[in-house]
Design a protein around this ligand. Structure first.
Ligand SMILES: Cc1cc2nc3c(=O)[nH]c(=O)nc-3n(C[C@H](O)[C@H](O)[C@H](O)COP(=O)(O)OP(=O)(O)OC[C@H]3O[C@@H](n4cnc5c(N)ncnc54)[C@H](O)[C@@H]3O)c2cc1C
Length: 382
């Protein structure tokens, strides 16, 4: 797959896009805590918003290796841009899986082309890992539902045209009382907060979303009423692949920066790259990055084969988080004090990489999921 000409062409486009447009403004985006809206038209024209989706949805029919490979490339320049894309993919995936034909026709072509951008809004201030404890409610009112409550940590809030969100249609039923809806920007009663000031991934925008007596038509529900928990967590499957692809980009960028620096930086009369402890750090970084690359290709191919790849994405996301933590640590270490100074790219990558252990399922929760699944599989087999 990696030798596939179309794949190579798209990755080259992403690299050229980085060199020409994204690297030059990456620091500004980080300073200003904002996405590169001025580049969206170019990104649309390049097909970055959904070229790996089927032609029937307006995509280019390319592989997931290519779609997530582009995200990895963009993350090398500015990680939040990859985050923006993979959250958009989470919404698209969920509509493809649970949408009716009518819903798919209505929303997918504009999303896949990037004409419209989407958000995936599950978390609340007091409900993150514990999704089912959400407080936002959706009360039936004729052909509509009336939404009240607030969502938090909405990636793409404000720039999104369409929000896939979860609310309780039965407050007493925990996970069995959740439903998922699609709402379009501008709905009366829906307001988006100012951007939340984040530690990293600042080239993605994160907001709260508030609903006050906000009506959504019943026809915009994805899946069944009270059957939304599985819908809400479905998007997380590809979201974890997205996080891993972003993490790989951050890690590769750290390796490039710190290898170049180690070859140039002189201490005790010789380049620090000639010292074993620096070589060892570079070796550890390279080895783990290579493993993530192979894993990512395998998991992306599994996604395209149509079989269940949910455990695989938890595994690759949790593993990549560990790799990114170590790689970012080593990169700052190789730069010494200069890596600890604002404006140095590895300082930014270290902040961006910190999200790997948190977003789309914390590492602790993923290990709980992986551990319990593995144990269940063993108990089935014996
Ligand atoms: C930059 C950013 C972007 C985000 N984008 C989105 C988005 O677009 N859409 C969206 O819906 N959400 C988004 N999130 C929210 C994200 O998914 C949550 O932050 C994450 O799921 C963790 O939830 P929490 O922050 O409430 O932490 P909590 O769930 O309160 O966890 C706090 C700590 O307790 C631990 N913990 C919790 N439960 C368990 C358990 N059962 N076992 C062991 N340890 C546990 C956690 O691992 C963590 O260490 C985003 C977050 C960030 C920071």
């Amino acid at each position: 797959m990696l030798n596939d000409t179309k794949h190579q062409e798209m990755i080259l486009k992403a690299k050229e896009f980085n060199d020409k447009y994204l690297y030059p403004i990456a620091k500004t985006l980080d300073d200003e805590n904002r996405p590169p809206v001025e580049l969206f038209d170019i990104m649309r024209a390049e097909g970055f918003f959904g070229n790996h989706y089927g032609i029937e949805y307006g995509g280019g029919g390319l592989s997931s290796v290519t779609g997530y490979g582009i995200a990895t490339e963009l993350a090398k320049a500015s990680a939040g841009v990859a985050l923006m894309l993979h959250v958009h993919f989470m919404a698209i995936d969920t509509i493809i899986k649970f949408g009716t034909d009518e819903q798919k026709q209505k929303w997918l072509p504009d999303l896949v082309s990037g004409k419209k951008i989407s958000a995936y809004v599950i978390s609340e201030v007091e409900a993150g890992s514990d999704v089912a404890s959400m407080k936002t409610v959706a009360d039936k009112d004729g052909d509509d539902y009336v939404i009240n409550g607030s969502k938090y940590f909405c990636t793409n809030g404000e720039i999104a045209d369409l929000y896939v969100f979860a609310a309780k249609t039965d407050k007493e039923m925990g996970a069995k009382g959740v439903s998922v809806f699609v709402i379009e920007k501008g709905a009366i009663g829906m307001t988006i907060s100012k951007p939340i000031e984040k530690m990293g991934c600042r080239s993605s925008i994160t907001t709260a979303v508030h609903f006050k007596d906000c009506k959504v038509p019943a026809s915009s529900m994805l899946g069944a009423e009270n059957g939304g928990f599985k819908v809400a967590v479905f998007g997380l499957i590809s979201g974890r692949l997205g996080m891993a692809s972003m993490g790989l980009g951050i890690a590769e960028a750290c390796l490039i920066e710190s290898s170049n620096y180690a070859n140039k930086r002189v201490a005790f009369g010789k380049p620090i790259s000639s010292m074993y402890s620096i070589q060892e750090m570079i070796a550890d970084m390279h080895i783990k990055i290579e493993v993530v690359k192979y894993m990512l290709e395998a998991v992306a191919n599994k996604r395209d084969s149509g079989v269940d790849y949910s455990l695989d994405t938890s595994v690759i996301k949790a593993f990549t988080a560990e790799v990114v933590n170590e790689v970012c640590h080593n990169a700052v270490q190789i730069f010494g004090g200069h890596g600890y100074v604002k404006g140095n790219p590895v300082e930014r990558y270290a902040r961006d990489g910190r999200l790997m252990d948190i977003g789309v399922g914390t590492s602790e929760v993923l290990k709980m999921v992986i551990g319990s699944t593995v144990l269940r599989n063993f108990s089935k087999n014996n």
